[in-house]
Design a protein around this ligand. Structure first.
Ligand SMILES: Nc1ncnc2c1ncn2[C@@H]1O[C@H](COP(=O)(O)OP(=O)(O)OP(=O)(O)O)[C@@H](O)[C@H]1O
Length: 192
């Protein structure tokens, strides 16, 4: 069953066409690597598929909510790591105590147990990126679009992030420059 599809999608930034006539299908549980040189439009495409910006033409269909893991994390810097995850969980309908426990578990799985109570602005770039991964995974997404989710990670933490991303049942699109990440996916879609 398809969970996400699009046809004829084009995206503009001002007068410039960034993505041209893009067609794509994502099946339930499928993992796709989205690759292409810097500036080829990966972020533009993911934010468009997630519904954050309208395509300039074309259609997008999804069977349910889409979770977007931002390249720039999109964390609330004056909240703690745990609070950032809890905010997403509460928005998804979890109660306070349940959200707290779930946030702790997901952060621990990403090697952040001892940083759960730290303000995001006190964390390194790689730690912040893992908080963003935790926030995206905590809600149990069915469709997850992850924009270069390992870009800031060292080797060990990259493996941790990939293990957690691939452990769930989400249909996944991972924008990446990393051929090793792409090799873990079912197929590669290339942007030029
Ligand atoms: N808001 C904007 N206004 C003008 N141009 C933009 C805007 N957003 C993106 N662009 C341009 O669109 C092109 C695609 O950018 P995008 O971030 O989607 O590429 P990318 O493939 O994700 O790159 P990277 O691998 O470096 O993250 C770039 O040339 C960029 O300069």
């Amino acid at each position: 069953m398809l969970v996400l599809s699009c046809q004829g999608v084009s995206c503009h930034a001002g007068e410039r066409e960034i993505v041209t006539d893009f067609a794509f299908e994502l099946a339930e549980g499928e993992r796709v690597a989205l690759m292409g040189p810097s500036g080829s439009g990966k972020t533009t495409l993911l934010t468009t598929l997630a519904g954050l910006r309208p395509p300039s033409s074309g259609q997008i269909q999804a069977t349910g909510p889409i979770t977007l893991l931002f390249q720039s994390y999109g964390l609330l810097s004056l909240l703690t790591a745990a609070e950032n995850v809890e905010v997403a969980l509460r928005a998804a309908g979890h109660t306070g105590r349940d959200a707290m426990r779930r946030a702790e578990t997901v952060l621990a799985a990403l090697g952040l147990a001892e940083y759960a109570a730290h303000l995001v602005e006190e964390l390194s770039g790689g730690q912040q990126q893992r908080v963003a991964v935790a926030r995206a995974l905590a809600v149990g997404p069915r469709i997850l679009l992850a924009d270069e989710p390992t870009a800031e990670q060292d080797t060990d933490n990259r493996e941790l992030v990939l293990k957690e991303l691939l452990a769930g049942e989400a249909a996944l699109v991972i924008a990446t420059h990393d051929p090793e990440v792409a090799a873990l996916c079912d197929r590669v879609v290339a942007l030029r």
